[in-house]
Design a protein around this ligand. Structure first.
Ligand code: C2E
Ligand code: CA
Ligand code: CA
Ligand code: CA
Length: 280
């Protein structure tokens, strides 16, 4: 019988159905876009403080559709995760980043970039084939494991034992594990004990608090102390101003990433940066 409550449920059902249809459309489109070669990777420099010399890059995926529009990963990664398409897309991202790493090794020497970072989502960590996939991509392109960093979020690892087992297997391959958006989750510090972490990426929200009140700065200060005493590399994310870069240097941060230094850019632009630093 149609009650008031029932009507409300119908209303929610309708919007849910709409959302699901939208998701299904995006999912079908993602699948087609992947086959049509509509994805590409940009690379954002990770620099050494204080000089700002490039020491690594993070790969960031972009979807440029036939109509010329660019879709943000924030919009399509969640759909790709829900539909499982992230496994196929993730494999393409890994292979493309490793091919690019090999190209830079060839052009600028094996030590021009200390690390190439690839983001791996929660769903990918649940795939027991991931370590084999990573090993195969590295071998196919002749890139040493030590040059690859896998960026994971703490929520992804927290999701369960299977994800942690995958991270352990990745670590045994010799790739670096970086905890992304560090400090924003519920279990950041605990994970440093249970998960084989090599680096933490201090979230932009803490960088935003630099040069503010002692309270606003406290976490950025504490995190570098913890990282140092645990022998972890730290990268400060989302550095947008000279003042933030200067403060990070004062606090002992060695590595940073953000629009103040460089935006995500196509491989040729990274080439130009590396060429400028090539020994003559
Ligand atoms: P993330 O891994 O935390 O990546 C950093 C994001 O911050 C990037 O956004 C980057 O462009 C942006 N960013 C860098 N410096 C600054 C800055 O100074 N200020 C501001 N406001 N933003 C800055 P992007 O490329 O839109 O990626 C968003 C998120 O999408 C990523 O966050 C990551 O979670 C996900 N993502 C991107 N590429 C991939 C990928 O290849 N695979 C997976 N699984 N996820 C990806
Ligand atoms: Ca990342
Ligand atoms: Ca991040
Ligand atoms: Ca993020």
């Amino acid at each position: 019988a149609a009650t008031g409550t029932g009507a409300r449920v119908v209303h929610y059902d309708a919007s849910l159905e709409q959302r699901l249809t939208q998701r299904a459309t995006v999912a079908a489109d993602l699948h087609r876009g992947l086959a049509a070669g509509e994805f590409h990777l940009l690379y954002q420099p990770i620099v050494e403080l204080p000089q700002g010399r490039i020491v690594g890059v993070e790969s960031l995926v972009r979807w440029s559709r036939a109509d010329g529009s660019i879709v943000s990963p924030a919009d399509f990664i969640p759909v790709a995760e829900d539909t499982g398409l992230i496994v196929e897309l993730g494999a393409w991202i890994l292979d493309t980043a490793c091919a690019q790493a090999a190209e830079w090794r060839r052009l600028h020497g094996p030590d021009a970039l200390r690390s190439i970072a690839v983001n791996v989502s929660a769903r990918q960590l649940l795939d027991p084939c991931l370590p084999d996939l990573v090993a195969a991509a590295l071998a196919r392109h002749g890139v040493p494991a030590a040059q690859l960093t896998i960026e994971i979020t703490e929520t992804a690892v927290f999701a369960g034992g299977r994800a942690l087992a995958t991270v352990n297997a990745l670590s045994r391959l010799g790739v670096s594990i970086a905890l992304d958006d560090f400090g924003t989750g519920h279990s950041s510090l605990g994970l440093l004990r249970t998960c084989p972490v090599d680096a933490i990426k201090v979230d932009k929200s803490f960088v935003d608090g630099l040069n503010g009140t002692p309270q606003q700065e406290a976490i950025a200060i504490a995190l570098t102390g913890i990282a140092q005493s645990m022998g972890l590399r730290t990268v400060a994310e989302g550095v947008e101003t000279e003042a933030q870069a200067r403060r990070l240097t004062e606090l002992g941060y060695r590595h940073a990433q953000g629009f103040h230094f460089a935006r995500p850019m196509p491989p040729a632009a990274i080439d130009d940066l590396l060429r400028a630093e090539d020994p003559v």
